[in-house]
Design a protein around this ligand. Structure first.
Ligand code: HEC
Ligand code: HEC
Length: 378
């Protein structure tokens, strides 16, 4: 009996030693208890910079999506929106649907660094995942659309996406007899308008939500669902790794814009992001913080899709997000991007990087979602 106790004590000491960080020893059993207690007031304090403290909301279980008053939920609208989302006749060529680039089996993105659209032309940015999209307060990497209803008009008209003018889109859909009954069911009359198309698609998009992750179930009280490495990763995410400063709220996004060192200043891929909308110096190269729910499903990562693995992303943060070495080109010094002051060198050990990565996996489903392609009206 004594021997067993000695051995198991020895075992746990060894185990704790393996998670030593500088002077700090992480007591995983205690962290597990606190984080899975179901009581967030018992969680350890997050490491927040002063700039983030006001209005801060911690990570947690994602509530149900809110539908706006002007476009409330109905099953019929969702069904119609799904048909339109999958319908290539929304584009000028009648070949490209929203689902071309937002494919459920590819994490609601397209699996490519940069999206391909009309005539296989390559766009400037990575196709965003649509998981939990109804929880954002602005849309696109740079935030240039303020509602999902308005967002929908951009890809339809974009010359490297669906490349159609709105009246042609409307005509394509109006010409399809079989849509009339769906518009009637969703809106009360058979009339097909651009606005109704916007409202239906947005309603469908608000239904694209992640399933509860192992993280959600763990913090709700199921204390077995995360491994020790994942518990450590969760704790580091909120403390030493500083992710919580931007990837906060139950969405894992503060819905704000930050320069993450990805402007690619002075290169052919230079992208000023949110600056194009706000025209404020500090927004040069700032992008909206993406959610990290189901993040493992939607690579490659970042607005340019240049990161083929999540490890690359976490290693970048660990180094304090240095800008890539600049090519010798003439740049406008007055527009040199300034990195977010929230980014700092993290000094994570290899084991800690692994733990953060393990946590990102615990936020993601283990398999890609499949959505049956609906039978389109004729
Ligand atoms: C050719 C590929 C392509 C097609 C087709 C396409 N998208 Fe996208 N989608 C993208 C890209 C790329 C982005 C990011 C664009 C940016 O930030 O400039 C994006 C972003 C979005 C976003 C913003 C998500 C967020 O988190 O802010 C939504 C919503 C969206 N698309 C919906 C749609 C809908 C609805 C359609 C069909 C009407 C559609 N897309 C068609 C490539 C595409
Ligand atoms: C200063 C705010 C900030 C901090 C701190 C931060 N992020 Fe981010 N994160 C962002 C922004 C903004 C982007 C999008 C940048 C882009 O695409 O250019 C992003 C992108 C990402 C992506 C890619 C998402 C995608 O859809 O392609 C991952 C993964 C990620 N962050 C994980 C982390 C982790 C893990 C940490 C902590 C080690 C962290 N972030 C810390 C703001 C931040």
């Amino acid at each position: 009996m004594k021997k067993t106790i000695v051995f198991s004590l020895f075992g746990s000491v060894l185990f704790l030693l393996s998670f030593i960080e500088g002077e700090e020893i992480f007591d995983i059993a205690k962290l597990r208890r606190l984080y899975s207690s179901g009581d967030t007031s018992r969680w350890p304090e997050p490491h927040l910079d002063d700039a983030v403290k006001s209005g801060f909301q911690d990570i947690g279980v994602l509530p149900k999506v809110a539908y706006p008053d002007y476009n409330p939920y109905s099953k019929e609208k969702e069904i119609l929106g799904k048909l339109l989302f999958f319908d290539p006749r929304m584009s000028v060529s009648k070949q490209i649907s929203c689902s071309n680039c937002h494919d459920a089996q590819l994490g609601f993105g397209d699996g490519k660094s940069l999206a391909h659209g009309h005539g296989r032309r390559v766009g400037k940015r990575n196709a965003m995942t649509l998981y939990n999209v109804g929880h954002y307060t602005s849309f696109m990497w740079d935030g240039r659309a303020s509602t999902l209803e308005d967002q929908m008009l951009l890809p339809v008209q974009d010359s490297v996406e669906m490349h159609t003018d709105l009246l042609t889109m409307l005509k394509h859909i109006t010409d399809i007899e079989g849509y009339k009954q769906h518009f009637k069911a969703a809106f009360g009359t058979e009339e097909i308008t651009i606005e109704r198309i916007q409202y239906a698609i947005a309603t469908f998009e608000r239904s694209i939500n992640s399933y509860p992750s192992r993280f959600d179930k763990f913090i709700s009280g199921n204390d077995k669902l995360l491994s020790d490495a994942e518990v450590l990763g969760l704790h580091l995410f909120r403390t030493k790794a500083r992710c919580i400063n931007c990837h906060n709220t139950p969405l894992f996004s503060d819905n704000k814009f930050h320069n993450d060192g990805q402007t690619l200043y002075g290169t052919s891929q230079e992208d000023f992001g949110h600056y194009h909308i706000s025209r404020r110096q500090e927004d040069i190269g700032a992008f909206r913080t993406p959610s990290l729910r189901d993040i493992a499903l939607s690579g490659p990562w970042m607005h340019h899709g240049n990161f083929p693995t999540l490890r690359d992303v976490v290693e970048l943060y660990n180094l304090g997000n240095p800008a890539p070495i600049q090519r010798r080109v003439k740049v406008d010094e007055s527009k040199r991007p300034i990195h977010s002051p929230l980014l700092k060198k993290l000094n994570l050990t290899t084991e800690e990087v692994d733990a953060v990565l393990a946590f990102l996996q615990a936020l993601s489903s283990s398999t890609q979602r499949r959505i049956a392609q609906p039978v389109l009206p004729l």
